[in-house]
Each structure stands twice: as C-alpha cells, then as structure tokens.
Design a protein around this ligand. Sequence first.
Ligand code: 5GP
Length: 304
Amino acid sequence: MSARPAPPEVDRIAAGRAAVAARQARATVKRAVATRIRTALDAAQVAWSDPDSAEASLRVSELLGSVPSLGPTRTGRVMEQLEISDKKRVGGLGVRQRQKLHDFLVARQGPAPSKLVVLAGPAAVGKGTVSAYIRDHHPDVQLSVSATTRSPRSGEVHGVHYYFVSDEEFDRMIADNELLEWAVVHNSYRYGTPRPPIDAALAAGKRVLLEIDLQGARSVRRVMPEARLIFLLPPTWEELVRRLTGRGTEGVDEQQRRLETAKIELAAQDEFDAKVVNREVSQAAAEVVELMDAPFRAPSSRQG
Ligand code: 5GP
C-alpha cells in the first residue's frame, strides 16, 4: 500500500501543457459550432473517425450546448431523450448511442454553416479593389472593417474603409481582447480585425470576408482553423511592380520596402487553401465568392 512516487517535474509540466492545448482545441471546436462555421454533426463525424481528435474528447453535453438555439435546459432534455449520461465524451459513445446522436443531429441540421474567408496577398496586388468590388456587388457577404493606427487617405471613410484609431485606442482594443488578430504592417502602423462584428455575423449565418496581411492570415488560421485562406496573385511579377510603383501614394523608400515585403509574401502562397489570379477585378471577385461557397475541408484533415 505504498504511495506511488510523484512523476518527475518535467513530466508534470509536459502533461500540464498538453492539457491546456487539449482544452484550447476543444474550445475552438465549440466556438466553431456556436458561430455556425461548423455543424455539430461535422464535429461528431470527425470524433468518430479520429479517436485522438479534440472532437472525440469533447463531452456530448458540451457539443450539444454549443449548438445555437439549444440552451442548457434543452440540452439536458435532449441528453435524457438520447439516453446519454452527462459525463460521456463524443468519442466514447457506443454504436447505438452514436446512431441516436447522429440521427438527432441530422434531423435538426439548420442552415448551411457560415463561412469565414481570409483574402491575403502581396502589397498592391489589388486585395482592396477586389474586396471593394465584393462589398459593392455581393451585399450578402459581410466585409470586416479593420482598425488601424494610420491616418485616412483621401476618400477613405471612418467605419467604411477602416476604423481610424489612436495608438491608445488600439492598445485598449488589444487589452480588452477585442481583436481577432492584429499586426504591424510594413514596419509602420498597426492593423487589426475587430472580433465582435465577426462573431455576430457568423452566428447570424452570414459569410464574412477579411482582407488582411499574411501575418494576420496566419493568426486567423491559428485561432479559427476552419477559416478558408485565399491568396491573391498578380498575373506576373512585372505587373505587380508596375501596380506598386504606379500607385503613387508612397515615396520611393516606401515602395522599395513594400516590394521587399511582397517578395516574402509571394513565397508564402502554398500555405493557402486556394489561389486566385487578379487579372481582372470582377473575375477575381467572382472566383473569391465562388470559393466561399465551395465545401470546406474538415480542419482535422489539414496539414500542419
Ligand atoms: P493599407 O494601409 O494600404 O490600407 O493596407 C496595408 C496592409 O494592411 C494591406 O496589406 C492590408 O491587407 C493590411 N491590413 C488591413 N487590415 C488589416 C487587419 O485588420 N489585419 C492585418 N493583419 N492586416 C491588415
């Protein structure tokens, strides 16, 4: 009856870290279901095909509790109706219980899951023009309006093109966890994606488009692995240089800096789920919108 020796310190630290990562992964799944990016049925199917997935370790009550419109009371009643005990995890269900949960989720599957799409690409490739075209021609797609610490250019409207905010206000947004992601772009100003409008739009079943830089796209992938990342390409490098230098809003040094950034950004194109070549704006915009409607890969099947 001797006491078991305590595990070595390093093991406990590693186990603690693994537990935190697993909890975060489960929170990501619940959030995706709550904001309709994924359906509960999709999460359950991933759980049953991959016993090591975050989905498998989720409690059935947590999964059902994330479904929009199933409050805690209704979740409790559904659990009773399905004869599944409170502690059961999705991956730990037996064949009959799986079938019952499956049938329940199929029967109540609501509208198609909404979609979060990130459009990134090198400076001057025309991301802004393509997303403005989508804003004007596809009012059903909600465009995220970023916050930035840079000053407005001529014709830019606060609340439409950006929220132009002070450094202090940007600091406050970070501190209050109001930004889904943020980055310092071109080594100068800070840009960030306000989170509340995106959560609200996704929960309302809308498609949301973010036009942000590469660092931002990578951050979104980390916090919302279900997001689809689209890379906008110039037809040729020469065309990109022409577009960059032809814009005339920046000085020579700034243009040079942006070209350097563009080279680095172009090298990242293979990290993206899809590529669209911006030969002609309306065509590129149509391709982006079409990709918003294409089926999403389950996040667990992603590489890396
Ligand atoms: P500009 O100052 O020319 O409007 O934008 C400069 C860069 O900032 C563009 O590459 C644009 O995609 C990026 N950007 C705009 N909004 C955001 C944002 O919310 N987050 C991040 N990470 N980048 C952004």
